[in-house]
Design a protein around this ligand. Structure first.
Ligand code: PLP
Length: 391
């Protein structure tokens, strides 16, 4: 039975990490800028606790700790660590749990720079990565080796949107002593409760929905006490620093993440359904749609869906035609990242090695923002007319 005293997520989003009494009654945890932090005595200097106290700006300020506390609270982890970027969080997580001779299993649908870090950096240090079909489920057991230390997941993949059976993967990984990492940027701490699904380290590009306004870069790692020290050691050795101003912006963004996500979800679903009926569309890759092959997994594991999805057009279009479509949009703009209030659209081609990705048409990834869905539909409608006129 649910604990009646346990606050709901909406309440946690609003109250997590706040400590007005320690800050002159100020509601929002203030921005503490710091490098040097003075020790009052030699004994205090000698016994500095980097993991729990504020001892040096690079390793954490009160602003950073407030953000970490709030994100961990919402997701249901014990502790969190903020990093300079989402990719910074990924590299800290991967390096913290590997040594020369180890093996990583990474989903073929992983965010491309995570994949590149494994292939281009970890490989130089004798850590081998092999890629697996995201839809493998419990079949991952056959790929786990004695030296596999990490099974890395991303559900849904943020370009191709395959859903992964995380509990089945986690069961197989844990049976062989490997830990499960998950890039939870799409699910957010609100919509995928990582630790109830068997995930050990949850990775967020806070740059996206947590910051929510496309104006700061930040990563957050969330974990249980069992793995915190290992993760913290990796973080501390990495030189990663979460800038206090950006932590403040992320914490400010977090307060409204719940209401923003409701609107992202509603708009995305409206557009996804509209797109499904368009002749220019071959397939809509949005897990919240009943037609999505991973819909049942999404329904089982997620508490909501967000604003990012892809479509496969009815055929492959060259850049002249795509340019005619995309160059003149009023609301959808082209740019990296997602999770802000604004709508974005980009063509994409995922690099694959474990699975065959050969769609019948061009992939376009949309981030559906907070504009009115009728206006977004009108923008897409006009874009399709330009696409057809150009072909
Ligand atoms: C799924 C996913 N993970 C991680 C990242 C990396 O985040 P950042 O840009 O903050 O380094 C991104 C960025 O686009 C992303 O889409």
């Amino acid at each position: 039975m649910a604990n009646e005293k346990e606050p709901r997520d909406e309440t946690k989003l609003v109250s997590g990490g706040r400590d007005p009494e320690a800050n002159f009654g100020i509601v929002n945890p203030p921005v503490y800028h710091a490098s040097t932090v003075l020790a009052p005595t030699l004994a205090a200097w000698r016994t500095r606790d980097f993991m729990n106290d504020i001892v040096y700006g690079r390793v954490g300020t009160p602003t950073q700790r407030a953000l970490e506390e709030a994100v961990a609270l919402v997701e249901g982890g014990d502790r969190a660590i903020a990093t300079a970027s989402g990719l910074g969080a990924i590299t800290v997580a991967l390096t913290s749990f590997t040594k020369t001779g180890d093996h990583i299993l990474m989903t073929d649908s992983a965010y491309f720079p995570a994949r590149a870090f494994c292939n281009n950096v970890l490989a130089k240090y004798g850590v081998e990565t092999s890629f697996y079909d995201p839809r493998i489920g419990g079949g991952i057991a056959e790929l786990i080796r004695d030296n596999t230390t990490i099974v890395y997941t991303e559900t849904p993949g943020s370009l191709t949107f395959e859903m992964q059976d995380i509990p089945a993967i986690a069961e197989a990984a844990h049976a062989r002593g490997a830990i499960v990492m998950h890039d939870n940027t799409w699910g957010t701490p609100l919509f995928l409760k990582s630790f109830e699904k068997g995930i050990d380290v949850s990775i967020h590009a806070a740059t996206k929905y947590i910051v929510g306004h496309s104006d700061a870069m930040l990563g957050v790692l969330v974990t249980k006490n069992e793995h915190f020290e290992t993760l913290f050691k990796g973080f501390r050795s990495s030189g990663q620093h979460a800038a206090p101003d950006d932590c403040y912006l992320a914490l400010r963004g977090l307060r409204t993440m719940g209401v923003r996500l409701k609107q992202h979800q509603e708009n995305a679903l409206t557009l996804a359904r509209w797109l499904e009926g368009r002749p220019e569309i071959g397939q809509v890759l949005y897990p919240a749609l009943e037609s999505h092959p991973g819909h049942d997994l999404w329904k089982r594991d997620f508490l909501g869906s967000t604003g990012l999805f892809s479509v496969i057009l009815d055929r492959h279009y060259d850049d002249d035609a795509l340019g005619a479509m995309l160059d003149h949009m009023d609301l959808f703009a082209m740019g990296a990242s997602w999770g802000g209030y604004e709508s974005l659209i980009l063509p994409g081609a995922p690099p694959r090695t474990a699975t065959n990705w050969d769609p019948a048409g061009t992939l376009l990834r949309l981030h559906v923002g907070l504009e009115h869905s009728d206006d977004l539909i009108a923008d897409l409608d006009a874009a399709f007319a330009r696409l057809k006129a150009a072909t």
